[in-house]
Design a protein around this ligand. Structure first.
Ligand code: MN
Length: 743
């Protein structure tokens, strides 16, 4: 198209005066990009890219890079790299805008208003990835980051812009501090290179590798490049002879093809030299040619031609066409013995395979412009397939399973960050408390709140992928039992439990000591007189090695202070008074209740019947050691039991003391027809059973809205059996609709 005149719809545009110099510096690179785009894209699309360029130019304004270049040169270069792999218009627009939200005061909403949802979403994605600082260098960490990147990336273009961004940054890093260069190069090798590789982007990978290699070890890099160059020169004659022969033979067999010499890249040669500990002359595939033909059939035909001419080396024939590599790479590889016993490698592939090997996933949307819906579908399927293939590459089966979980279901784990950029992997729906404990148990213990992505959230907030979590702590703050219902990780649960146990044990020790002193006073002995030796002996009798343990057991109410005193001072006259509960609760069951419960065969422990379920003789019961109130006895069916009993060590077997006849108070509610004579019938039945009525209330039940009445009574029963008998007798009275026990 005519490059000299702007399209008629385009208003003339001049950069603001102070930006003129900047615009002049960036213009040639941008013009070159636009010229290329104009050859394949519609004018309206090119205009969109131009709009993005001007927007970025204005927003970055007078910002410069470390090198001193105007900042705008960077997004233009990133877009140019992506144009090389035929990135679509939205991707190129994203590339030009990729730093405006992060590095200028431009809100994402403005990008959305001017460039639409798709571009805004991609810019947002790149911005978020940019915020990861990836602090740690551990391999495990790198793997986490890779997985996390993929879990977060909803659009493959985000990753591609990020890769191009990194590539350009590597090319222009000379102004940065040495240390920073090395850190970025290392991170590139650990994180970006594997991603490029797994996306099948051979060319991108190669460039990232060689640039990183050069930055990390300039000397080794130069040495390897030198060796490759020497080797190439030495074998130039040899290779051109081979190429000529191959071209001629292929022509004879009517296989259309181009033949090229293949240069192995510095980093991969270096890796090979290091890994195989060989000299450069011994690197097998250093001498290589590549045959690119038009069809799969001709690939095999070309292989036949090669093998007809030279002897193949056994074990070096690889058919990646029939069995593609995990990243979908396809080719035939063979090594043959050339003239003078000089071996060389041949790679054979179609144009399509070649493009795929160079560009990988980027090649997928090529030639698909204009088919929006289907293109997106295609990309999604391709992306998914890519991930599935990718998994096969993992060597460790455990690793494989983990990755599979994350990438495919994404339901098991979330990846979150500390403000310093450290990645933490947590189960889905993990809370900030889990996060705090994952950072450090002290951070967990002192956690009072959390900020997620800069905002205060409740502690029960469910963390999501990519959340940046800042834990607010306070010195002296302590974990709470409520946290146990919030946390998802066993680490947090264990730490909280451990903490609660430690604190409660300290309390129990203190309490046990007090109980013992009080009991000693009551018995008329001074604790000091008893002495630690006697106590140690008692402790040993109970199976404890320390007096402290004995105190704790007393505090938990596992046995009574009276027992201990009796054992410690055997010749003491037994106290006349039965022990009173140390901390009797208002409304607690009277002390003589403990005579009806036997704990571990002992019947003089402080026990109380739990109010919530009020168990009666004959019912299955369990004991729960409370803090300072002895053993609380629940019905085994009590709903609290299930909740309370998670601390197995506080659960004690209890049973009803045999021979005790103490009655139990039970409250029953009877719903009945509202007619005279009902109460008389009830009292008669109870009287016949020798059952005392303690209280009785009857009311006409307006709450039923009919002619019913409610009778509630508290009665004394011997046991469960008697209660059941009474209930069935009462139920048989004509007019009774329902009977229930009230807790
Ligand atoms: Mn950038």
């Amino acid at each position: 198209m005519d490059q000299t005149a702007a399209p008629p719809t385009e208003p003339s545009w001049l950069p603001p005066r102070e930006l003129e110099a900047v615009a002049r510096a960036a213009q040639p690179a941008y013009d070159a990009l636009e010229a290329r785009l104009s050859q394949v894209h519609a004018p309206a699309d090119v205009a969109t890219v131009r709009k993005a360029y001007r927007f970025a130019l204005e927003r970055h304004g007078l910002q410069t890079r470390q090198s001193g270049d105007p900042y705008i040169t960077h997004p233009v270069a990133v877009a140019t790299i992506l144009a090389d792999i035929n990135m679509d218009i939205a991707g190129l627009t994203t590339a030009l805008l990729h730093d405006v939200v992060e590095d200028t005061a431009t809100p994402l909403d403005e990008v959305r208003k001017v460039f639409g949802d798709e571009v805004a979403r991609c810019v947002d994605g790149v911005t978020k990835l940019g915020k990861l600082k990836m602090a740690s260098r551990e391999e495990r960490q790198a793997e986490s980051v890779r997985k996390m990147l993929l879990a977060m990336v909803t659009d493959i273009r985000i990753i591609l812009v990020k890769l191009a961004d990194r590539l350009h940054n590597l090319r222009t890093m000379s102004a940065l501090a040495r240390e920073k260069q090395e850190r970025i190069a290392e991170e590139t090798l650990e994180i970006y290179v594997p991603i490029a590789h797994r996306l099948g982007m051979g060319k991108m990978r190669g460039q990232l590798e060689d640039l990183s290699f050069q930055l990390l070890d300039p000397e080794a890099y130069l040495q390897v490049v030198d060796q490759i160059e020497n080797n190439r020169r030495a074998s130039e004659g040899f290779l051109s002879g081979i190429r000529a022969t191959v071209e001629e033979k292929l022509r004879e067999d009517k296989v259309p093809a181009r033949v090229e010499g293949r240069l192995k890249r510095a980093y991969s040669v270096w890796q090979k030299l290091k890994r195989q500990k060989v000299k450069i002359e011994e690197v097998y595939d250093l001498l290589a040619i590549r045959i690119i033909t038009d069809s799969v059939k001709n690939c095999y035909a070309a292989l036949g031609v090669i093998h007809n001419e030279w002897h193949p080396i056994p074990g070096r024939i690889k058919d990646f066409i029939a069995i593609p590599r995990p990243n979908l790479y396809q080719s035939l590889h063979t090594s043959v013995m050339g003239p003078n016993g000089q071996a060389f490698e041949v790679q054979i592939r179609t144009e399509e395979m070649h493009r795929l090997a160079e560009e990988g996933i980027a090649a997928h949307w090529k030639y698909k412009e204009g088919k929006r819906g289907s293109t997106q579908d295609d990309q999604r399927i391709g992306w998914l397939r890519q991930l599935v293939e990718w998994q096969r590459e993992m060597r460790d089966p455990g690793d494989f399973m983990n990755t599979l979980k994350v990438d495919l279901s994404q339901t098991e784990e979330v990846y979150c960050f500390t403000p310093q950029g450290r990645v933490l992997v947590l189960p889905r729906d993990a809370s900030p408390i889990d996060f705090a404990y994952a950072v450090h148990s002290e951070v967990g213990n002192r956690c009072v709140g959390a900020k997620v992505n800069g905002r205060i959230v409740p502690l029960k907030y469910g963390l999501r992928n990519g959340d940046v979590v800042e834990i607010l702590t306070q010195n002296g703050h302590l974990p709470s039992r409520d946290w146990l219902s919030i946390v998802r990780t066993s680490k947090a649960r264990n730490k909280i439990n451990h903490y609660i146990r430690t604190v409660e044990r300290a309390r129990a020790i203190e309490l046990g000591q007090k109980h013992l002193e009080r009991e000693a006073r009551r018995a008329g002995v001074q604790m000091a007189r008893i002495g630690s030796e006697a106590l140690e002996k008692v402790a040993a009798e109970y199976g404890y090695s320390k007096i402290e343990d004995l105190h704790a057991a007393l505090g938990y109410g596992k046995f009574s202070p009276r027992q201990v005193i009796n054992k410690a001072v055997p010749d003491l006259v037994p106290a006349a008074e039965p022990p009173k509960p140390a901390t009797a609760q208002p409304g607690a069951v009277p002390p003589d209740d403990d005579l009806i419960i036997t704990v571990n065969g002992m019947d003089d422990l402080l026990t109380s019947l739990a109010k919530c379920c009020n168990p009666i003789r004959g019912e299955a019961i369990v004991g729960y050691v409370t803090r300072g109130r002895g053993i609380s006895v629940h019905s085994a069916r009590c709903s609290h039991v299930v909740n309370l009993m998670f601390e197995a060590e506080r659960r004690v077997p209890v049973e009803w003391t045999k021979g005790s006849t103490k009655p139990f108070l039970v409250r029953v509610r009877i719903i009945t027809d509202d007619r005279p004579g009902m109460l008389a019938q009830f009292t008669t039945i109870l009287g016949a059973e020798n059952c005392n009525i303690r209280t009785l209330e009857a009311r006409s039940a307006d709450d039923h809205g009919d002619d019913s009445a409610t009778v509630e009574m508290t009665i004394e029963v011997k046991d469960k059996k008697q209660l059941e008998k009474l209930q069935s007798s009462l139920r048989r009275v004509s007019g009774v609709r329902d009977i229930e026990r009230v807790q």
